[in-house]
Ligand binder design. Sequence first.
Ligand code: ASP
Length: 433
Amino acid sequence: VQLHHKILIGLVAGVVVGFFANVLDLVWLQRFLGQFEAIGTAWIRLITMIVVPLVVASLVVGTASLGDITKLGRIGGKTLAFYMSTTAIAVTIGLLFANIIKPGSGVDQATTDRLAEQFSGQAEVSMLLAEQKPSWIETLLNMIPRNPVQAAADLDLLPLIVFTVIFGAALTLVDKPKRDAVLMVFDGINDAAMVMIDWIMKLAPLAVFALISSIVAQFGFDLLTSLLLYSLVVVAGLLTHAFLTYGTIVRVLAGISPIRFFRQIPKAQLVAFSSSSSNATLPVSIETAQEQLGISKEVSSFVLPLGATINMDGTALYQAVAVMFIAQIYGIDLSIGDQLIVVLTATLASVGAAGVPSAGIITLIIVLNAVGLGQFVQSGIALILGVDRILDMIRTSVNVTGDLTCAAVIARSEGESLTPRPVDHKIEIAPIA
Ligand code: ASP
């Protein structure tokens, strides 16, 4: 049995057990699953702890082996263009679905009032968090780390990437013996990190079970019925984007069969789904890109960490649907012009969202304000909070799929052949002479 099948079994078992605990109101089981969630949390911490060493090591090796710095600029430009345009497509898909199906027009007043009341406290917390978001100028300035160690300590990937890329580029100009020595060290760190991922992934099936069962056990299924149409529209949009947009792009721009592509990436998608965090998934997506998809270190170590931070198609699509839903509930007509503002701000807001659980709902507030729905922010967020965790899982999988799609396209455009090279990280302990 392959690992991703075992993870899938863990996931399905988690849904089933959690569902029974929830629906049959088995308090003891709910309590047990609540405690058991710690296993899942421990596991997320384990993979997250690899992010910094892996990103730094593989990015140093990647940049330094690019040979010339202009290539890096070219890859960077293509990556940004790709990320922005696919995100805009995602938002457009979300808007189309929301305009056609109108999920907000069928919800009755009693339901809205009940949801708004039940979640108003949590919504207030999100609003406070949104107020702390820095301005655009600050955001740009924050990309330059004052201290790379601090950025690493805060798991602040963007400034860390900026420092590491400059460092790797500088390294290419250093005397060959010294450069080789430094590269050798980082290459070794990179390999050791990959071995750690393999170890940690062995625990994935159990961890996924722990995470999913406790989420499902706590989930309000009665909420789902009132928000069913909204949730379905989000999910339908996400699936369309994942399979239609990415499938086509992978076929046309990366020249690989979409079926092959989707067969090679489920491990990363499942980890994204279970953790709701692009950042936590990063080590697994880097491994998937290099070993399953056969993408070089140069491309994957640059494109994927950048993607985990700024490329969130799933989040942007969800924000588009959420804005339309809230507008429809309050009977507000958003003109084409307003919807263009949604395309622009949701694309930018998804860039600003961090790759951590629930980040998308906080930046949604920016989009709501931008289209003049400011007065409905708190009640609107309260409306949709109940199903947000579940939607977060799906949109994070789409976010990660988008990053991998981009990596494949950029690799192909740089002339790579994309032949898988599964590595068996079995270490033979060499006797010390
Ligand atoms: N959880 C998402 C991610 O990490 C962000 C979000 O939409 O909340 O990609």
